[in-house]
Design a binder for this molecule. Structure first.
Ligand SMILES: [Zn+2]
Ligand SMILES: [Zn+2]
Length: 259
């Protein structure tokens, strides 16, 4: 199994990240994509300590929509920060997480769109996939990807929380769709409907740790070793073998992030 999205350099793991990585290996994980925000100096420093812990770790570089506000005057600076890390860190495999979050609106929406657009262009210029975060912003996310990606943008809609309609639009753009512990939440019927229609060769799994622990661990700190709960839930939704979901998601991870 692989975890296509975990924030191992988050402060939540600073005391015991080695044990967290050990538990992931003991749970038969072969890879983890460690998401790092290029505008967070503390996280960047912690990432330097985390990435050498295991050869199965790869990383991303991008500015999260929650952190877009400081780039209002010059959105290109966000992409420049992300690019500086792409140039300096050989384990970077994607631009992300980037996108739009109109649920929390921590940054003005026009600034979020500008910062996102700059990073879509960066991913295309560098030939890297995008890790997309989108929440309550379906139309604008598709619009920015289409306009700035010019048919070249590829990647994954991470921690999918939309419905089957958004999943189809992501698939039509050529993107993968990644599901998290949300598929185990009682109220997540529309997300489960989306999980049922994504073809196996476009399906990814993630924990989004330290967030989104699956049932029955809900509310506690999540970690990559628990990605099996997502794999089992997806197998149940689709009525197929757990092993089929596990091996498809590993193959897709290798195709997209070329680890
Ligand atoms: Zn996210
Ligand atoms: Zn995330």
């Amino acid at each position: 199994m692989v975890d296509s999205h975990a924030h191992l350099a988050d402060e939540a793991f600073s005391a015991d990240v080695e044990a967290v990585v050990q538990r992931a290996r003991a749970a038969s994980l072969t890879g983890i994509l460690c998401v790092v925000d290029a505008s967070d100096p503390g996280e960047l420093i912690r990432a330097h300590g985390v990435l050498p812990l295991w050869e199965g770790l790869r990383t991303t570089s991008g500015v999260h929509p929650h952190r877009a506000a400081p780039f209002a005057a010059r959105p290109a600076e966000a992409a420049e920060l992300a690019d500086a890390r792409i140039q300096a860190e050989p384990l970077v495999r994607a631009v992300g997480e980037v996108g739009l979050d109109y649920h929390y609106d921590f940054a003005p929406r026009d600034v979020q769109r500008a910062v996102f657009g700059e990073q879509v262009r960066l991913a295309c210029d560098r030939g890297l996939p995008l890790v997309i975060h989108t929440r309550d912003a379906d139309d604008d996310t598709i619009e920015v990807l289409t306009r700035e990606g010019k048919g070249k943008a590829r990647g994954v809609f991470h921690c999918f929380s939309g419905d089957a309609r958004l999943a189809r639009r992501a698939l039509d753009l050529g993107f993968y769709v990644s599901f998290s512990g949300i598929v185990t939440f009682p109220k997540a019927g529309p997300v489960r409907d989306a999980a049922a229609i994504v073809p196996l060769d476009r399906l990814l799994v993630e924990t989004d740790a330290p967030y989104l622990a699956p049932v029955p661990h809900r509310g506690t700190r999540n970690e990559p070793g628990r990605v099996g709960g997502v794999v089992r839930a997806l197998a149940g939704i689709r009525g197929i073998d757990v092993q089929a979901v596990a091996s498809a998601s590993v193959a897709n991870y290798c195709t997209l992030f070329a680890p």
